[in-house]
Unconditional design. Structure first.
Length: 140
């Protein structure tokens, strides 16, 4: 089986020993977000949001890779796309391994959410979301 890099990607870095590659559409999205952020006063908030989103997708995919490694299945690469990520494993999975590897990503998301929730509680921050905030995030 060929384990070459996914077409249209560039190697970015290694995370927990797994090569992370960025699809060209992801790079275009990052460029768009950078240009968009330059037009706002709250560039730091925007950048924090984008980095948090990237980190959460990466942790989700790393969880798949980690549980795959526990089943002795190597992850060839993690590819970041604009709509999410993909952990590409070196071989097909047996049903039991597939269930646990598939569940690992959502469990990682729940752990990230729990960590953010604990941080908000520990720092005594309040979060108020009104339906109008969802329709008009800039307040206008």
């Amino acid at each position: 089986m060929d384990h070459g890099a996914t077409a249209g990607t560039v190697r970015a870095f290694r995370f927990l020993g797994v090569p992370v590659r960025l699809h060209f559409t992801f790079v275009l999205l990052l460029l768009f977000l950078v240009v968009t952020a330059l037009g706002y006063d709250s560039t730091a908030v925007f950048a924090t949001f984008v980095l948090g989103l990237f980190a959460s997708v990466l942790l989700h995919e790393a969880a798949h890779a980690g549980v795959g490694a526990w089943f002795k299945i190597r992850t060839v690469e993690i590819v970041m796309f604009p709509i999410g990520g993909l952990s590409r494993l070196e071989r097909r999975l047996r049903p039991v391994a597939e269930v646990w590897i598939c569940l690992a990503g959502p469990v990682a998301n729940l752990l990230v959410a729990a960590g953010v929730f604990c941080y908000v509680i520990a720092t005594k921050q309040t979060i108020s979301v009104q339906p109008s905030d969802l329709l008009h995030p800039s307040g206008g």
